[in-house]
Design a protein around this ligand. Structure first.
Ligand SMILES: Nc1ncnc2c1ncn2[C@@H]1O[C@H](COP(=O)(O)OP(=O)(O)OP(=O)(O)O)[C@@H](O)[C@H]1O
Ligand SMILES: [Mg+2]
Length: 282
């Protein structure tokens, strides 16, 4: 049984030579990168370039054919997805979004319940420690409601919220899970550009409030460049370019790799066109 000791605070992630094949297609091919404690690493690339599959191998949903995932120097090969969650590796979009009839407050309380095991019996009997635990739970939920500006949606059912606000509730629930490594797969997918812009300060806040390392998969290239401390560009399952945003932005290979990204992303990444090779050069 894997029972290593892990430190507290943001985790260090090291991904080495990850490779997986689905029905003859090499979805991910020798992918290596690392995330220092507290870093925000962006993973970008065209549709089908292997970003989600890479996150799946990090979180343990997909077993790699080859390669390793290490958290704080510990090889996670023997860790099941639930065990990875138990050591602070939290994947975006929690189960609680599946309860459309619950209010924002109740959804977040449910996430806290899942974390703290206070038995129904001791809560019903109003044992003093159970009352204290109840209060701590409410405090934690009130804090994230404040931190994410969700106060006015407190009693709204999640089904009534806009997609953007629902995503904020999802992200608030993630913070309650105390992540040490947060894996976010396209948190702005399906929301309006105006709302997507509001995600930059929101993700910065999560990063601060949760004090966590983040791996962010995003099609919104400008968002990734402004938020991330390093950027990994994937192309056909491989890492095409990786490094600090300034270097990656100036690399013509990066432009080629995300030309297959959404038209919106390419239009929005204006400065890249000016600094780098013209698309017609390929
Ligand atoms: N379960 C699966 N079975 C078969 N092929 C798969 C499976 N999951 C992914 N693939 C294939 O692996 C490749 C990488 O897919 P992946 O979903 O990781 O790409 P992505 O970069 O996340 O794309 P997108 O930007 O569209 O989300 C694609 O060719 C995809 O069709
Ligand atoms: Mg994907």
């Amino acid at each position: 049984m894997p029972r290593a000791e892990f430190p507290t605070g943001p985790a260090r992630l090291e991904v080495r030579d990850l490779r997986v094949t689905f029905g003859g297609v090499r979805a991910v091919d020798d992918v290596s990168f690392s995330a220092e404690p507290g870093a925000i690493v962006g993973l970008i690339g065209a549709n089908g370039s292997g970003k989600t599959t890479t996150l799946d191998m990090i979180s343990g949903l997909v077993n790699p054919d080859h390669g390793t995932v290490e958290l704080d120097g510990v090889d996670l090969a023997e860790y099941m997805p639930e065990e990875r969650a138990g050591i602070g590796m939290i994947r975006s979009f929690q189960d609680c979004r599946l309860y459309p009839e619950l209010t924002v407050y109740d959804v977040l309380m449910l996430c806290e319940d899942a974390k703290r095991e206070v038995s129904v019996l001791s809560t019903t009997l109003q044992l003093p420690w159970a009352r204290r635990a109840e209060r701590a739970k409410r405090d934690a939920v009130d804090q994230v409601i404040d931190a994410f500006g969700l106060g006015r949606f407190h009693d709204h059912r999640t089904a009534e919220l806009s997609t953007g606000t629902r995503r904020v509730v999802d992200l608030a629930s993630i913070v309650l899970a105390n992540p040490r490594l947060l894996l976010l797969d396209e948190p702005t997918a399906g929301i309006a550009q105006r709302e997507a812009e509001a995600f930059i300060p929101l993700l910065q806040r999560i990063h601060q409030v949760a004090d966590t390392t983040i791996v962010l998969v995003e099609h919104d290239v400008p968002l990734v460049f402004s938020l991330c401390s390093s950027v990994v560009v994937m192309e056909l399952g491989r890492v095409a370019v990786a490094g600090p945003p300034g270097e990656v932005r100036a690399d013509p290979k990066a432009l080629m790799a995300y030309l297959g990204a959404s038209d919106e992303a390419i239009m929005a990444s204006g400065p890249v066109h000016q600094d780098s090779a013209a698309p017609g050069d390929q």
